[in-house]
Ligand binder design. Sequence first.
Ligand SMILES: C[S@@+](CC[C@H](N)C(=O)[O-])C[C@H]1O[C@@H](n2cnc3c(N)ncnc32)[C@H](O)[C@@H]1O
Length: 391
Amino acid sequence: MTINTPLRSLMNRLSQAVMKDDANPSPQLHYEVLQMIDQLRSAVESPTETVLRLIYQPPQNAAIRIVIELGIFDLLDRDTVLSATQLAKYTGAERDLIVRLMRVMVSLGLCGMSAPETYAANEKTVALTQPIGRDGLSCIFDLTLPTLSKLPEYMRSNGFSNPKDYALSPMQYAVGQSQFEWLASNPKQQRLFNSYMTSRREGRPMWFNVYPVERLFGHGVPFEDTTFLVDVGGNQGHDLGKFRQEYSHLPGRLVLQDLPEVVKGAACDGVEVMGHNFLDPQPVKGARAYYFRAIFHDWPDHICQRILRNTISAMARDYSRILIVDFVLSDTETPLMQGSIDIQMMSIGAGMERSQQQWERLLGSVGLEITGMWSQGPGMESVIEAVPMSS
Ligand SMILES: C[S@@+](CC[C@H](N)C(=O)[O-])C[C@H]1O[C@@H](n2cnc3c(N)ncnc32)[C@H](O)[C@@H]1O
């Protein structure tokens, strides 16, 4: 391989960025370093190598899913170093199968190898024993894979039109249900999903670290006896619990809403728990804010409009705001993760990630105007604030 000028310049920029990030870490720099590493790999790989890497991605996730189910990451985390023979004894799986699966885990860097056919835990192993890895990977694999395998067939049979109808989503086509009905009829998967929702943004900034919460105060109306925040579709209250901790002094009710079977048993100090279907009118009137995190990306526009209208009818004209936490896709450089989640959302419920223009169109179509957008960091969700347009 020859190191040509563009490649040399990329390597120099990368090494400078890595040193800067080391000396003075920032989410922006970290993001740029990862982008450059991807570009570097692409520049070094031959086109054939790139294609082969893509072809063989699906078996990798299937192998990880099996290794999680066998509890191998937990065993490695407990004992640090284990041989294939020991893993076979502890899991009941055949030794030769363990060797084949673990080859892939080592190559993916999800554990190390301390001797032939002997595996050592590393920090990625630990992440796969935590809810984000253990529950997230299993749940999303089981929820999505059957549909993804039929996505080309679905598109072909629909003349390659963009999925827009929840009742006709690819997941309906592939398995006869969309994501939330499927989760409701698979309690074990619902538990994994809830656990993943709780864990997936651990250690990242929360919406109230980037959004100026004081925008919700004042307006000459006391909120001591009213509702401060309703977390609509808040799952089991992980976000609201954190908000309560950070703003423990704040008066006003905090209300967690989700489907009755999802909030059953959810308990957070200082938070009122309410089973509510957001396809019905919002029963909590005049809250300071109605907060929706990772809700609208699950749904096509026609359902989002229904959820928004159900909310607008409960808002106090002088002070209620809608807060949406979701991706705002760039028109030029979409991070791979966001593009991939968009395809996932399209598949499991005809949902979508939206660009700024798409958000403006959606919110404008129900009479809302965007009054601000705050970014949580590169490649991460933004906070969108919207209020009814003044007539
Ligand atoms: C992608 S999760 C987001 C959860 C949480 N807001 C977060 O960001 O972690 C979507 C949530 O919407 C809830 N949900 C789905 N359909 C609903 C409905 N019709 N009414 C109320 N909640 C619903 C789900 O149960 C789930 O908790």
